[in-house]
Design a protein around this ligand. Structure first.
Ligand code: MN
Length: 234
């Protein structure tokens, strides 16, 4: 979803502000940046060929306008191996630097459910060649998301099932309590590297079971206590 922006004073027309709907509100959540946590569930780190006891999670980014909320994922160009990754989305209402772990949750507006869609073949090539991941991670429509649910309604989920079905078959299953970096830790860590801002969202990592999609697939993701997402690959 996109909120309109004033065109006055710009030499080219500015694009709309990427945004997410908010459950129970007419107002939108404006997206500033998208931070993604890599290998935040041990079983997923292992399935990707890494040892989570030796390599802690890390961050990469997607582009704010990679978010889609219309339930459609257009199969992207230049790939033949696009993977699903079901993730809880954390949306920040307050920014800051050097945010202590103890008060990090005070910065959270709410939560949603998202898919970190990945051109795994291009990501794999980038890893092998020591190149950046954007081509694998930060492409058009690579971040299907649900509306956000305010923390004032659901609290701060730290446990609960995270699962994904493809065409009705369970493919990914984990629990928020299996995250290596918990939500307060990821906010605190990020705030040491970057100036966090209201409107930043964090995709918190995916449990094991990632796999490829083809056109026509229906992805049904669930984060217990947060919500459900349904996306069709078109
Ligand atoms: Mn991911």
């Amino acid at each position: 979803m996109n909120a309109p922006i004033s065109t006055a004073g710009y030499v080219v027309e500015p694009l709309p502000v990427p945004s997410l709907p908010v459950k129970g509100s007419e107002k939108l959540f404006p997206i500033h940046r998208i931070y993604c946590v890599g290998r935040n569930y041990a079983e997923h780190a292992i399935e990707m060929g890494h040892d989570p006891s030796k390599e802690p999670p890390f961050f990469f980014q997607k582009n704010p306008d990679n978010v889609v909320t219309d339930g459609k994922f257009p199969y992207p160009s230049m790939t033949s191996d696009v993977h699903f990754e079901i993730e809880m989305v954390v949306a920040l209402a307050k920014g800051g630097v050097d945010i202590p772990v103890e008060s990090a949750l005070d910065h959270v507006f709410g939560y949603g459910v998202g898919l970190d869609m990945t051109r795994r073949d291009l990501q794999g090539e980038a890893k092998k060649l020591g190149r950046p991941w954007e081509v694998g991670k930060a492409f058009e429509a690579s971040a299907p998301c649900t509306a956000l649910v305010p923390a004032s309604e659901i609290g701060h989920p730290a446990a609960g099932g995270v699962s994904l079905k493809v065409n009705g078959t369970l493919r990914q299953e984990g629990d928020l309590n299996q995250m290596i970096w918990k939500v307060p830790e990821m906010i605190s860590y990020l705030s040491k590297l970057f100036t966090l801002q209201p409107g930043d969202i964090i995709m918190s990592g995916t449990p094991a079971g990632v796999g490829a999609v083809v056109k026509g697939d229906v992805l049904e993701g669930l984060v217990e206590g947060v919500g459900a997402i349904e996306v069709r690959v078109v």
